[in-house]
Design a protein around this ligand. Structure first.
Ligand SMILES: Cc1cc2nc3c(=O)[nH]c(=O)nc-3n(C[C@H](O)[C@H](O)[C@H](O)COP(=O)(O)OP(=O)(O)OC[C@H]3O[C@@H](n4cnc5c(N)ncnc54)[C@H](O)[C@@H]3O)c2cc1C
Length: 489
């Protein structure tokens, strides 16, 4: 009988597998896809490997902690890349703004582009964003899933600092209070989309995302974000974890209210515990027997999906590692995504120059350029016009050349097919309401002994570092349940 079976080799699953194996447990991972990495996947086009998922690593210390539990470190396993400028924003009136890795450099850039007042407004907002991050990180990110009872038990000092994190106002209201410059408002509003949420309804607390990127920093990974997933898999294997790809788990076996095994490849493999790295909706709808589905809980409306493409783009000097091309009115995009549930009529296009951002190889005559447009999760319209729309927007902004070719694309519908029962939602449920953090499924499924959940749809939410933390949290709770300690090496 295996100690623990991990379903899925995304970041949450791999982090859990490493932490459990480093504490001496026997761990087997079953991954439905042909490779490890989940959403952090890559595609090889004419000999050049291109990322098709995440393109930016924040909070690298979380990945470092995972590697350290295995006696290694992030620096031992991958090389981080920090190109400058980090981001270039393109506005509809032709203005541009470069964002750098150090806040002070970004403020100098804002002062030069938009004036002294605008720089002061951004500094004010980032100060608020930093305070929110510092007040919330332990309660909402680096501990067990928050409950009202747990928050109440923290005592008056914690309540006082949590009362100042803008849960009762929307992120858009908070941004507008600090920042009068419309161009900076858009830049800051875009951080709501980092977990697929609506800036008009998400709590002001999400301002902390701006601090995480602009204040604490964002990195590329040499060889692409997929290289981080392969490094985690390599580390897991070193600890004895067996990883089986192209092996979808068909169901979880229960005896009464306790896990006894999984069904995979037409047979049952017995185990003491399961960590599911698939989406919470997949766990509830496809893996558990109907009688046990209620245990997972419903987390609320889905986060956004996205269209992703890769352009074979002529190399040019004026291309920043990450670029954002805004439409004429950015708020219309939220209206389309969340109210009308349709693809944005005039979408913002995000691009990542994979060579500049991640040291990815190029073709002899061109470089791979990742492009992304936010889209509603299904059910929603999913027109076949994504590629044409991205090309048109990037051409109009002068960010691609007429001869640059779209060589690969994936629609929200295709994303939904690759990750069953998600509707193509990238980050599980959205954080578009103040209660989202309390509704998100916990890492230990209460009511089913031996069942744990790790990944973007579980606590603490989506995005690479949070999914890694989710895996750490699930492993920590399982070890606690077994009376074992997390091993610090
Ligand atoms: C286009 C795109 C851009 C993004 N950009 C960023 C970014 O720049 N920065 C950032 O931090 N985040 C970004 N994200 C989000 C980030 O990639 C995800 O939050 C994270 O990778 C998800 O990790 P996870 O642990 O939830 O696992 P997932 O990546 O969801 O992987 C889960 C794995 O479980 C497997 N699985 C599911 N069911 C079964 C089953 N029954 N049997 C076996 N295996 C199963 C799946 O095949 C999959 O491989 C982006 C995502 C996308 C798609």
């Amino acid at each position: 009988m295996t100690d623990v079976i991990v379903i899925g080799a995304g970041f949450g699953g791999l982090a859990a597998a490493i932490e459990l194996a480093s504490s001496g447990l026997e761990v087997v991972v079953y991954e439905a896809g042909p490779r490890v990495g989940g959403k952090a996947d890559e595609v090889v086009i004419d000999g050049v490997a291109c990322d098709t998922g995440p393109t930016l690593l924040t909070l690298p210390e979380v990945a470092d902690q995972v590697f350290r539990s295995a006696g290694s470190s992030l620096a031992d396993e991958v090389t981080l890349v920090q190109p400058d400028p980090a981001f270039r924003y393109h506005y509809p009136d032709g203005q541009t703004l470069d964002v750098h890795h150090a806040v002070d450099d970004t403020l100098v850039s804002v002062r030069a582009a938009f004036g002294e007042d605008a720089a002061g407004q951004l500094a004010t907002h980032l100060d608020r964003a930093r305070r929110i991050w510092e007040a919330t990180r332990e309660t909402f990110i680096f501990g067990a899933a928050p409950t009202f009872g747990r928050v109440l038990s923290l005592g008056p000092k914690a309540w006082w600092s949590l009362s100042k994190v803008d849960t009762h106002r929307t992120l858009w209201d908070v941004i507008c209070e600090d920042v009068q410059d419309e161009r900076l408002r858009w830049l800051l509003a875009r951080y709501a989309t980092y977990n697929g949420s609506d800036v008009r309804t998400a709590p002001g607390t999400l301002a902390c995302i701006a601090w995480v990127e602009l204040g604490l920093g964002a990195w590329g990974v040499h060889g692409g974000m997929h290289a981080l997933a392969t490094a985690l898999a390599r580390t897991a294997r070193r600890l004895g974890v067996r990883i089986h790809t192209s092996s979808p788990v068909e169901g979880i076996e229960l005896s009464g209210q306790a896990v006894t095994g999984v069904r995979v490849g037409g047979r049952v493999e017995a185990c003491h515990a399961v960590v599911c790295n698939g989406d919470a909706s997949h766990l509830a709808q496809a893996l558990l027997p109907a009688s046990a589905r209620g245990a997972v809980g419903g987390a609320g409306p889905r986060s956004t999906s996205g269209w992703v493409g890769v352009f074979r783009a002529a190399v040019r000097e004026d291309r920043a590692a990450h670029e954002v091309v805004f439409p004429r009115n950015y708020l219309d995009e939220f209206h389309d995504l969340f109210d009308r549930r349709r693809s944005p009529v005039e979408p913002t296009v995000y691009t990542c120059a994979l060579s500049g951002a991640h040291g990815r190889a190029q073709w002899a005559d061109a470089e791979p350029m990742f492009a992304m447009i936010n889209a509603p999760a299904l059910p929603a319209d999913d027109p076949a016009r994504w590629g044409a729309l991205a090309r048109q927007r990037l051409l109009a902004a002068g960010r691609i050349h007429r001869d640059d070719e779209l060589v690969w694309e994936r629609s929200p519908r295709e994303l939904a097919a690759r990750f069953p029962d998600t509707g193509g939602a990238i980050y599980g449920a959205s954080s578009s309401s103040a209660l989202a953090a309390f509704r998100r499924p916990a890492n230990q499924i209460s009511g089913i002994d031996g069942l744990y959940l790790a990944g973007g749809s579980a606590h603490p939410g989506g995005g690479v570092p949070l999914c890694l933390q989710s895996g750490r949290q699930a492993a920590g709770e399982l070890l606690l349940h077994l009376g074992l300690q997390r091993v610090a090496k």
